[in-house]
Design a binder for this molecule. Structure first.
Ligand SMILES: [Zn+2]
Length: 851
């Protein structure tokens, strides 16, 4: 850390006066920025990137300056440390890689249009104006913007507009905040406005390419979520308004700019006439996530990026707390177990993974922190674990104390633990440090040896892993009384098991209730048999947990895949959506042992066909009036597995539905649309059909529909179509660079198209870097390959491809982890393939033949 220089040490900004003049036509902008603050050195540096600076004026005197491209700074000298004013004059280009100030492209009724928006997190404010671009450097901002304004266009920002003189829009001075949270969006926007009970104005903005009604759902959610947080945190929303803006071009999901949240359109808008419950839930969760940041992240901000988890882990948990409170019938916590928990358990089991809290210095390293599985999913799981351990009352009281003490300031993890310890009287730091600072997670082994209950912990790995004897503070959360609260040693032995069991009514012994803590449990065979015998009596989350554990333990070599197959077979009439989702995740994992068009695939199809048939028959294809949220959401899963299993009725119904909507395929009911579109390609592909899908893709403004078309056409069985698809990847007017990773994922993960997709990437890597290199998404391509490559030859190819950039900070860890993952998969296939196939074929022999 010693080598790394924080500019904030030498200059503490207090106020920025920013004037920008933006021209979409020439794709350039001019800027004048005056910064007041205090200097603590005579050699000063401000962050800047790709700015053509023409003048630096200190306290009214022009000074000489130089630019440092590697450090991304403008450097100049002053005579003595003091309070001062620095003014910069410059111009720069509007970049096309979705960072800094950038255009978004779209069409309305055949007319090409542009919005201009901003993305300054993590360190892109420096592409818009010279700044101390570090989260600790909080200041107030006065923003004025002029642009090539057309009739009816508008501009929104963090604060309300206070004047518009000669086309110069000026906004109210912001509260004290980090530069990465400043934002504005300008262009031809429509809006829907409302307000909270406390008078905060809330607005949703989008281009006019969308139906106005698509803005209603997000507006309603945003208002109710703000009201929920105000009561939960007991801290008022700090700004006059809360704007939510959908941008056609957006790399991440959304960005928590204070009072001016920006979104990928698919994460904000919901078609009122034809959207799935899952779509609306996703939108609600994203809004709740970004709104949590308005307090946690914006009002109180991490000191430096190593504590990014403070922001993200927290927001990723709070989104579920908020949505569960405002929409209790969605049972959104059940989905936490199949979404966040699954992601965290998968990635965090690979040796070489980073811890939640991790040191970062180089700006390129900062981007690799935004690992969805670790900082978001695992971090959120750890927060859930902590909240359960403390209880909700002490947890929310601790948050109030934290916001109260640190508002408009910066913190490190320790500050949060202190606040929570104060309200709960428990040592939060001692409990959490083992989880936040260590990579990986433990498996708790439970067995009975001579009437003694033995609990042991050890780090869990899928594939090779170096056991460093790490220990965690494991909250046992057992359904039995008389057991310790936390296991912190490697082993604990508890005598008189039989007596303990009797005292607990001899019910099956379970740990990690509600799947609320980040560990797996491996029960000894006798204990496990008792659990499985009572499986019907358990709640949904426990069932999910048992399926999830059986899969992970098999992947980690701690149990047999046959146990997993046997367990899955017991769920052949399971009506819960989340349990079916967990089954689906396990079945998808089993697919790697099944070869395309082989006897083993036939057996596998029979197995899944039997598993889902009862629910398929119960739910049918059409929504039933008055049905539960569970059933509405479940329906697509049995349909999709029955199509996969080539159930004749499912295939016929799918084709009939397609035929009925052939003239307007967007009108296929949203729940089954992805399945029907895909099935039509796998069963009835023609050149016309492929053309129709691409035309629909180009025309629609519904990004979810675009994703479905991408997945459908990428399921082709024709190599010529694969070639055609690849030939479209660089047509950015058709496939937006933000969506290229989905297109790539859908071809690389299929054995059929994998080699071609990989070849495309190796030949176009430079171009991909140019289009996506600046933002947080470029590592995804590496991760996708790590997820699917499974032979020594492929590992070789991957090593060759990544050799030239394997030491770059942005890629180093991702490449190493991908290699570990591929190596593990090769070993797993070698050891288990035959056993899995035997387990599957013996399972289908046990099912009575249909007549
Ligand atoms: Zn976030």
């Amino acid at each position: 850390m010693s080598e790394f220089k924080h500019l904030y040490d030498d200059f503490k900004p207090e106020h920025y006066q920013i004037y920008l003049d933006i021209n979409r036509e020439t794709k350039r902008f001019e800027g004048k920025v005056t910064v007041t603050g205090e200097a603590f050195a005579t050699d000063l540096a401000f962050h800047q990137k790709d700015l053509a600076i023409t003048a630096v004026v200190v306290n009214g005197q022009t000074v000489a300056f130089s630019l440092d491209e590697d450090e991304e700074t403008v450097n100049f000298q002053i005579s003595a440390p003091s309070k001062l004013t620095v003014a910069f004059t410059y111009s720069a280009a509007l970049t096309d890689n979705m960072t800094g100030i950038y255009p978004s492209y779209y069409e309305v009724c055949g007319v090409k249009k542009q919005l201009v928006g901003t993305q300054f997190e993590t360190h892109f404010a420096r592409q818009a104006f010279p700044a101390i671009d570090e989260p600790a450097a909080k200041a107030t901002f006065d923003l004025s913007v002029k642009f090539d304004e057309q009739d009816g266009e508008l501009i929104v920002s963090n604060m309300p507009e206070i004047s518009n003189e000669n086309g110069i829009h000026t906004f109210e001075t912001t509260v004290k905040m980090s530069a990465y949270l400043l934002a504005f969006v300008l262009g031809d926007l429509q809006s829907k406005l409302g307000q909270t009970k406390n008078g905060t104005k809330v607005g949703v903005f989008a281009t006019k390419a969308h139906k106005p009604q698509a803005l209603d759902f997000p507006l309603d959610i945003a208002i109710r979520v703000i009201e929920f947080y105000e009561s939960y945190f007991n801290v008022a929303y700090p700004l006059p308004h809360s704007w939510h803006i959908g941008l056609p071009d957006f790399s991440a999901g959304a960005m928590e700019n204070w009072g001016c949240i920006t979104y990928r359109e698919v994460a904000l808008l919901a078609d009122p006439d034809n959207s799935t419950l899952a779509t609306r839930q996703y939108v609600a969760l994203v809004i709740a996530h970004e709104l949590a940041h308005q307090w946690f992240g914006d009002l109180v901000t991490m000191q430096w990026w190593d504590d990014l988890w403070l922001n993200e882990s927290f927001a990723n948990m709070m989104e579920y707390v908020a949505i569960d409170s405002i929409e209790p019938n969605w049972h959104i916590w059940e989905q936490f177990s199949t979404a966040e928990a699954t992601m965290a358990l998968n990635r965090d089991a690979i040796d070489g993974v980073q811890s939640v809290h991790v040191a970062v210095n180089h700006p390129d390293e900062i981007n690799t922190l935004f690992d969805g599985a670790i900082v978001y999913a695992k971090g959120a799981r750890l927060m859930v674990m902590l909240r359960k351990w403390l209880g909700d009352t002490d947890f929310s009281a601790g948050l109030h104390t934290y916001f109260d003490k640190h508002q408009y300031g910066n913190t490190v993890g320790r500050d949060l633990w202190e606040a929570l310890s104060k309200t709960s009287g428990r040592d939060v730091s001692a409990f959490m440090t083992s989880w936040i600072d260590q990579p990986g997670y433990p498996v708790l082994s439970v067995s009975v040896e001579k009437d003694t209950l033995v609990l042991r912990q050890q780090q869990f790995f899928t594939g090779e892993g170096v056991d460093k004897q790490r220990l965690w503070q494991i909250p046992l959360n057992s359904n039995w009384t008389g057991l310790p609260d936390v296991l912190s040693k490697a082993e604990v032995r508890l005598p008189n098991f039989a007596k303990l069991s009797a005292e607990n009514g001899d019910k099956p012994l379970l740990f990690n209730a509600q799947n609320a803590a980040h560990y797996l449990v491996k029960y000894s065979t006798d204990l496990n048999e008792k659990i499985v015998s009572k499986i019907d009596s358990f709640d949904h989350i426990t069932k999910v947990q048992l399926i999830q554990s059986a899969l992970k333990l098999a992947e980690g070599g701690l149990s047999d895949y046959a146990d997993l197959v046997e367990l899955l077979a017991t769920f052949d009439n399971e009506s819960s959506n989340v349990v079916n989702t967990a089954m689906t995740q396990a079945l998808n994992a089993l697919k790697i042992f099944v070869d395309e068009s082989s006897e083993s695939e036939k057996n596998f199809k029979t197995f899944v066909g039997n598993l889902f048939e009862k629910q398929y028959k119960r739910l049918g294809w059409d929504k039933i009036a008055g049905e539960s949220f569970n059933d509405e959401q479940l329906r697509a899963l049995p349909i999709s597995w029955e199509i996969y299993a080539e159930n004749a009725d499912a295939l016929t119904q799918s084709s009939a539905l397609f035929a009925k909507h052939k003239a307007d395929i967007h009108s296929i009911p949203a729940d089954s649309r992805p399945l029907v579109l895909k099935n039509e390609i796998t069963e009835n592909e023609t050149a016309d059909l492929v053309r129709q899908y691409f035309e629909a893709y180009a025309k629609t403004t519904d990004q979810k529909f675009q994703r479905e078309l991408n997945l459908a056409v990428s399921s082709t069985k024709k190599m010529a179509t694969v070639d055609y698809i690849l030939s479209q990847y660089r047509k950015t007017a058709l496939i937006k660079p933000q969506d290229l990773r989905f297109w790539f994922a859908s071809l690389i993960r299929r054995e059929f198209s994998q080699a071609k997709a990989f070849k495309w990437l190796t030949e176009n890597w430079e171009w991909v870097q140019e289009k996506l290199g600046g933002d947080m998404a470029s590592g995804d391509f590496i991760e996708f390959i790590g997820n699917v490559f499974d032979t020594a030859d492929k590992l070789n190819e991957f090593t060759k491809f990544t050799d030239s950039f394997k030491d770059e900070p942005a890629f180093k860890r991702l490449i190493e982890m991908a290699k570990t993952e591929i190596t593990s998969k090769i070993a797993l296939l070698g050891a288990q393939k035959e056993k899995v196939q035997i387990a599957l074929s013996s399972e289908i022999e046990n099912v009575p033949k249909k007549v």
